[in-house]
Design a protein around this ligand. Structure first.
Ligand SMILES: [Zn+2]
Length: 388
């Protein structure tokens, strides 16, 4: 979660001109009352206490607990303030949209989707997206869709709203049998009044752009159209990339941009454009994240960037000053593609003459159908009908 990736992204976006004439808003610090929307008093106090103590020489005792001091969630001086600024950024973005100052807003520092009500998890301290969604509900939004394209399951946001029928959480991620946090199965669809407002699309390791996008489009537009959100909140983690060291999906930057544009299109179609995008995971800190999130900023600004655009020399020099010798990409793309063949119903077994490819299509189609059969009936949709 190196903050370097945020600085490198902003530098790259500025160098390529994406941010010309764009107003950036200082995030501010989320108030404790805002954090309390989704976190317990005991947890916030523990974070604040650990934060003030700084890096402990001895592992913390039970007075800390709450997931703090683990390998994934080490204690560091200022962690309460850092988490509060991240939440403050996503709150500022939410406020800008709710106040009508902007239709779309992005906080690339946000997306701490694993943080739970009472404990830190997966590098995430405060769940900025959940805080902002809770606030938007109080501002009068009655139906909010959260779409999470990070390679990991968006478990913290799902848990925060699992009993709330006003929030639909959709997560497309690497299969829980193969990746932490080992949740996000197709059968998790919510209970009681909130049944059908949890959607999980698990994909096997190795899934590439075209099949990832086939799965996204085979499920997400349908469930969103049925739910009719007034705003979309997107978690745009880019650890789905084939170079990412922590996970095993095989997307390129082009595939990731296909997802960003699809979410923008859905916000335009269903929410009068209202789209709040946050960052998330992404551990290709230098070669991947800055390019992908520059595309995200470009997408939000309708300044779509051609992936063949050369990476500015100025940015390369900046990187090489701190990391000499690292091989940098020459363009904003990887030579991938956002083209995909749409899901074409159950039993449409492919026969392309390439058995490996056909097997991959069959597996992803199996995943698509499992999700549709789990959740579509509760939304009044026909899981087997390609028109739904
Ligand atoms: Zn992740």
């Amino acid at each position: 979660m190196s903050p370097t990736r945020l600085a490198l992204t902003m530098a790259l976006a500025e160098n390529v001109g994406i941010l010309d004439d764009v107003e950036t808003i200082a995030p501010g610090i989320a108030a404790e009352t805002e954090l309390l929307r989704v976190h317990t008093r005991g947890y916030i106090d523990a974070v604040a206490k650990a934060s003030a103590a700084g890096e402990p020489a001895i592992l913390p005792g039970p007075e800390f607990d709450h997931g703090l001091g683990s390998d994934d969630n080490p204690i560091f001086a200022g962690m309460h303030e850092a988490g509060s600024v991240i939440a403050g950024g996503t709150m500022a973005a939410a406020r800008a949209i709710a106040d009508g100052v902007a239709t779309r807003a992005v906080n690339i520092g946000g997306g701490m989707h694993h943080a739970m009500s009472d404990y830190a998890s997966g590098f995430c301290v405060y769940n900025d997206a959940a805080v902002a969604i809770s606030w938007l509900l109080d501002r009068g939004y009655e139906r909010i869709a959260y779409i999470d394209v990070d390679v990991h399951h968006g478990d913290g946001v799902q848990a925060a709203f699992q009993d709330d029928p006003r929030v639909m959480t959709v997560s497309i991620h690497q299969h829980p049998a193969t990746l932490w946090p080992n949740t996000g199965w197709a059968a998790e669809i919510g209970k009681g009044a909130a049944e059908g407002t949890i959607v999980n699309i698990p994909l096997l390791p190795g899934t590439e752009d075209a099949l990832w996008l086939r799965a996204f489009h085979g499920v997400v537009p349908s469930v969103l159209r049925a739910f009719k959100p007034q705003i979309i909140v997107s978690q745009c983690g880019v650890d789905t990339h084939k170079e990412d060291p922590l996970a095993d999906l095989s997307l390129t930057v082009e595939g990731q941009v296909g997802a960003f544009r699809a979410m923008r299109d859905l916000a335009d179609e269903l929410c009068e454009g209202r789209w709040l995008a946050v960052g998330g995971g992404g551990y290709g800190v230098i070669r991947v994240v800055p390019r992908s999130w520059t595309h995200l900023l470009a997408t939000a600004l309708d300044r779509d960037l051609d992936p063949t655009t050369p990476i500015p020399e100025k940015w390369k020099q900046t990187v090489h000053e701190s990391v000499p010798g690292i091989e940098l990409p020459d363009t904003f793309g990887d030579g991938g593609s956002a083209y995909y063949a749409p899901w074409d119903g159950p039993g449409g077994a492919p026969d392309t003459g390439d058995p490996r490819h056909d097997r991959a299509v069959e597996r992803v189609d199996g995943a698509i159908l499992a999700v549709r059969r789990s959740v579509f009936p509760t939304l009044g949709l026909d899981p087997d009908d390609v028109r739904d």
